[in-house]
Design a protein around this ligand. Structure first.
Ligand code: SAM
Length: 354
């Protein structure tokens, strides 16, 4: 019988042209538009892959494999089934070469990760109930900067709704971000980087910043350093309200980062009942209105979101109220002769007077 290390050795790739040679072979100039910064140092790509934990016999989705450095490290770590999603056609021939070197283990999708249906990408039998250990499925990627924030927000919403990659259970993610974004994702209460992204990520996941890759490690070298972040979805989210509602409250709270938190909370309500409802929400949540947004803990944010949800159930029109829309219409009214009603909500769900 083959030993575990023997089995892993048999999964290692045969000799191939180096990633650098492949780039030359296929004349793969980096495209700025697709945020292409390549990692050619396989020790570094191995280190990123190690942050995911054991990949023995794992299913993996890699985002944006490009010339395939990280892809090789994932295969060498023993992944049984690696599905790569790449938008740029120029990389497909090089990836096919890799696929031939790892028969039956590498599937190539030429597509956009923002629209790719990962819920259909893997066999149903890998599913693990949410409350159990995570499934043997990982998402790994040296993400293009241009899509990293919208992509993680989309996946966080998928976690909240157990859709997309999370129909299989608590799929883990190991991803790179611009260093400042990595810091925001992992920032704790009271830190300067604490932001909307910190709350949205941390109420749903255990989030760890693993290490920083200096910009000079990439080809071409980006302006910034890069952080590797690991996410494991929590069995029980720390806030038990719909994602969109949490997102709305958190977005409002953090719109005035340096002011007292009640300033942003006020903007959840139409002008005519702003002070009264803000006071009621703060009291119900038992949160000091003079705390700064960055000083709020997740339990305090949970109390605020719960209090807002309570007010919305009493006055359903509040749900659709958006302060920016109120501003926009007031501005329109000032600049035209036609009278414009101050909005309190959408016409389909009128807000009752406060
Ligand atoms: N993984 C490679 C590496 O580490 O060297 C390349 C990383 S590069 C930062 C980002 C890669 O994502 C590029 O190959 C780019 O073409 C690809 N990409 C950009 N936008 C994408 C999208 N929407 N969907 C899939 N791939 C995308």
């Amino acid at each position: 019988m083959m030993s575990a290390s023997g089995k892993l050795a048999s999964l290692r790739l045969p000799p191939l042209p180096t990633v650098g040679e492949l780039i030359k072979l296929y004349n793969l100039r980096a495209e700025k538009q697709l945020s292409q910064n390549f990692l050619l140092d396989l020790r570094l790509t191995d280190k990123i892959v190690r942050q995911a934990g054991s990949l023995r016999d794992a299913h993996v989705c890699e985002v944006g494999p490009g010339p395939g450095g990280l892809t090789r490290s994932i295969l060498n770590a023993g992944a049984a089934d690696l599905l790569v999603v790449e938008k740029d056609t120029r990389f497909i021939p090089g990836l096919k070469l890799l696929s031939e070197a790892a028969p039956g283990r590498l599937r190539i999708v030429h597509g956009d990760i923002l629209t790719y249906r990962m819920d259909r990408g893997f066999p149903a039998n890998i599913l693990k109930p949410w409350e159990e250990d995570p499934p043997n499925l990982h998402i790994i990627g040296n993400l293009p900067f241009s899509i990293s924030t919208p992509l993680i927000i989309k996946w966080l919403e998928n976690i909240a709704n157990r859709t997309g990659p999370f129909v299989y259970g608590r799929t883990r993610l190991t991803l790179t971000f611009q260093k400042e974004v990595a810091e925001r994702l992992t920032a704790s209460t009271g830190s300067k980087q604490r932001s909307r992204l910190s709350i949205m990520a941390q109420y749903l996941c255990t989030v760890h910043k693993r290490f920083i890759i200096p910009g000079r490690a990439f080809v071409p070298k980006p302006e910034v350093d890069v952080g590797v972040v690991h996410f494991t979805p929590l069995v029980q989210p720390q806030i038990q309200q719909p994602f969109k509602l949490v997102e709305k409250v958190v977005r409002n709270i953090f719109q005035f980062r340096r002011k007292y938190c009640h300033k942003g909370i006020e903007k959840l309500f139409p002008e005519e009942c702003r002070l009264e409802l803000t006071q009621e929400m703060m009291q119900k949540a038992d949160v000091d209105p003079t705390l700064r947004p960055t000083e709020l803990t997740i339990p305090q944010i949970r109390a605020l979101v719960d209090a807002y949800a309570h007010l919305c159930s009493r006055e359903p029109g509040l749900l659709n109220f958006e302060f920016r829309e109120e501003l926009r219409l007031k501005h329109l009214a000032r600049n035209s002769n036609a009278p414009v009603d101050t909005p309190t909500s959408t016409p389909s769900s009128p807000l009752q007077p406060c």
